[in-house]
Design a protein around this ligand. Structure first.
Ligand code: VGL
Ligand code: ZN
Length: 192
């Protein structure tokens, strides 16, 4: 998909590019920090809306192992691990969407329990470009929900990385997103 032009009806949705999902973090995604450069390239493209989601859990969240969940404690609201990666150019983000903020419910999708769909609609956004972490969880869920919301969805494949609890999870998630009508592009092909 060479020469993909973005404008006022497009939005970048950078998913959960947070310290805890990067190498050394509490729930590290292999090579998670390697999405910082392509995400920053996209953040530098002018003329479109830029949204960042963040996983923002209360202490004792239901997704944590001590509560019977699947994950080590991660992205506790206000903690250092919940910050955006220090290399991410967060100053270019128009607004932040915090998700999974309630103790008793998890939410992988940036649309779940948030105002994201309404915020995009009110700004006339019809197409979103999804990037960030992790391909097989929050990127997947956000992209699939974007389709359900009636948006065009483009997944930026060099700007995502997977947890890959089971080998191949990331590749399967990309196939599933394609099957749901998501397009796949590379960051270098996207310009104003
Ligand atoms: C995520 C696992 C748990 C993600 C969030 O951002 O992909 N994965 N919480
Ligand atoms: Zn989480």
């Amino acid at each position: 998909m060479p020469g993909l032009a973005v404008g006022a009806s497009d939005a970048l949705v950078a998913v959960d590019l947070q310290v805890d999902f990067c190498p050394g973090g509490a729930l590290e995604v292999r090579e998670g920090d390697q999405v910082v450069a392509p995400v920053n390239r996209l953040l530098a493209v002018p003329g479109w809306l830029k949204v960042a989601t963040r996983d923002w859990h209360p202490p004792g969240h239901v997704s944590f192992k001590a509560q019977g969940g699947a994950w080590p404690p991660h992205c506790v609201a206000g903690s250092p691990g919940a910050r955006f990666h220090a290399g991410m150019d967060a100053s270019r983000v128009d607004f932040i969407v915090s998700k999974a903020t309630r103790r008793d419910a998890d939410a992988y999708s940036g649309f779940e329990g948030t105002a994201l769909a309404a915020d995009l609609r009110s700004r006339g956004v019809r197409r979103i470009f999804v990037c960030g972490l992790a391909t097989d969880y929050c990127v997947r869920a956000t992209a699939l929900d974007g389709r359900r919301e009636g948006l065009e969805v483009v997944v930026v494949e060099d700007a995502v990385r997977a947890v890959d609890l089971k080998p191949g999870d990331g590749a399967r998630a990309l196939d599933e997103m394609r099957g749901a009508g998501c397009a796949v592009a590379r960051s270098g092909d996207i310009a104003a």
